[in-house]
Design a protein around this ligand. Structure first.
Ligand SMILES: Cc1cc2nc3c(=O)[nH]c(=O)nc-3n(C[C@H](O)[C@H](O)[C@H](O)COP(=O)(O)O)c2cc1C
Length: 452
């Protein structure tokens, strides 16, 4: 007869750093403990013992797991000892699955159980070579937890020969739910698409057509929350985001942003603002006056807001949405500030359309890397080849766009015009950007930013 696999879920801690009972954390429609029990079930481990401290909140109804009670304030090893005593006599494989690793799926559990059934004393999941959870033990090895002073680590480390390492692709084998930020990151991860972060960066395309499907408020909150965890100059957090969903308000934003139709079409227009308002208030609390007439402070706020904005676009893309930054938000900064009721010391650095994308643009590609990446000192000789390379990149994009999409915005793209020619037109003497933003410095001054 195959030895019976049993899972032990230590969930007796108070979750002090989390500020909540981890077993009951909501993770995209199920609590952490429900996810753990489901992963066990999916792996064929029907018996689950959940260790809870006396007085802990009840577990969700219908969980179908046995609860083992331990006194409050004990260590993880105390929980494991109590659970070991409660194991059924015929338990042959013991999977220790801390509730902190609730995003680990059945495949990892299944692999652990299989390794022990094949003779391993310990089956240890690894993510990129680093050990994590859940760990599966033979019954005999797990019984060593009753040795005086034993902790789980001892069982794993005592005899390397009895340990079978099991590489896993799931990062949550290693990462755990410890702080509120981990919880929010886990929720984001459960909503994210399949690409890891860096692959997602390479998949970026600005999207300019959207379905009318609304983006739920909870999702927008999640994305902005994640985005604001970008680095911030001296912890200033000199930014704000105003999300506009109301059609009339969005239409007014679009009119101030050169009438770009995708602002009207997208369900959300985000104004990503450099914002000194909270810094001024902080100074005011301590009898100080924020030195707003500072180019350095202006740059810090702009950099902070830009980093948040980039993170926001990346987070939206990771969740399968599309976005496009809108620099045209600086065409009429005062009128846009008035429309959005921005306080003094706050302006929309750029906007962003966000929604479910319906277009499929040919990726624009980028300049050859040597034009951007230099080693030890700037490689001046790299500039000319970079320009040639970028001309070639844009021509290849134009050719593909014409051949595969019938042109851009309904018109064929001029195949003769390279990147260098476009830059000369955009930012040479006849620059339309320059013309449109001639009064920008003055407008920023009026909005409370100093550039001197
Ligand atoms: C700060 C900023 C402002 C932008 N403003 C606009 C805009 O107003 N309208 C627009 O359609 N695209 C805008 N874009 C998108 C760029 O045109 C786009 O990123 C660039 O052409 C490269 O294309 P890709 O993002 O698809 O790779 C903006 C991008 C940035 C970073």
């Amino acid at each position: 007869m195959t030895p019976r696999p049993v899972a032990i879920v230590p969930a007796a801690g108070r979750g002090v750093r989390m500020g909540a009972d981890k077993a009951l954390l909501e993770l995209a429609g199920a609590t952490a403990i429900e996810r753990v029990v489901q992963s066990c079930r999916d792996a064929g481990v029907a018996d689950v013992l959940v260790v809870r401290r006396e007085g802990a909140e009840p577990l969700p109804e219908g969980l179908g797991a046995q609860v083992v009670r331990v006194p409050a304030g004990g260590e993880m090893a105390d929980s494991l000892r109590a659970a070991e005593r409660a194991l059924p006599a015929d338990a042959g494989v013991v999977v220790v699955f801390p509730v902190d690793h609730a995003l680990v799926a059945a495949d990892t559990v299944l692999a652990g159980v299989a390794a022990v059934l094949q003779g391993a004393g310990v089956a240890l999941p690894l993510f990129r070579g680093k050990p994590g959870h859940p760990v599966a033990f033979s019954r005999a090895v797990f019984a060593e937890i009753q040795n005086a002073g034993a902790v789980l680590r001892d069982l794993v480390r005592r005899e390397p020969a009895r340990v079978r390492a099991l590489p896993s692709a799931n990062p949550w084998v290693l990462a755990d739910l410890d702080r509120p930020e981990d919880h929010r990151a886990a929720v984001c991860a459960l909503h994210a698409g399949p690409l890891p972060t860096v692959a997602q960066m390479f998949a970026h395309r600005s999207r300019r057509a959207y379905a009318p499907t609304p983006v739920p408020k909870a999702q927008l909150e999640r994305l902005v929350d994640a985005a604001r965890h970008a680095s911030t100059s001296s912890w200033l957090q000199a930014y704000s985001v105003v999300l506009v969903q109301d059609a009339e308000q969005k239409g007014a934003c679009a009119r101030l942003c050169s009438g770009q139709s995708h602002i009207v079409q997208a369900p959300v227009f985000a104004a990503v603002c450099a914002d000194l308002r909270k810094l001024a208030a902080a100074c005011g609390r301590h009898g100080a006056t924020l030195q707003t007439q500072s180019l350095e402070l202006f740059l810090q706020a702009v950099v902070d807001a830009a980093l948040l904005g980039q993170n926001l676009q990346l987070a939206a893309e990771a969740e399968g949405l599309g976005a496009c930054m809108i620099g045209a938000a600086r065409n009429h900064p005062i009128e846009l500030a008035q429309l959005l009721d921005l306080p003094p010391g706050c302006f929309a650095l750029f906007g962003m359309t966000i929604g479910v994308p319906t277009d499929d643009p040919v990726p624009r590609g980028r300049m050859p890397l040597p034009g951007v990446l230099h080693w030890e000192r700037y490689d001046h000789a790299a500039v000319d080849p970079a320009l040639d390379g970028t001309d070639a990149v844009i021509r290849a994009w134009a050719a593909r766009t014409n051949a595969e999409r019938g042109g851009y915005g309904g018109k064929p793209v001029n195949l003769d015009k390279g990147w260098t020619e476009r830059i000369a037109a955009a930012w040479g003497e006849g620059s339309s950007y320059l013309a449109a933003r001639q009064t920008l410095a003055d407008e920023l001054q009026r909005l409370g930013f100093g550039l001197g």
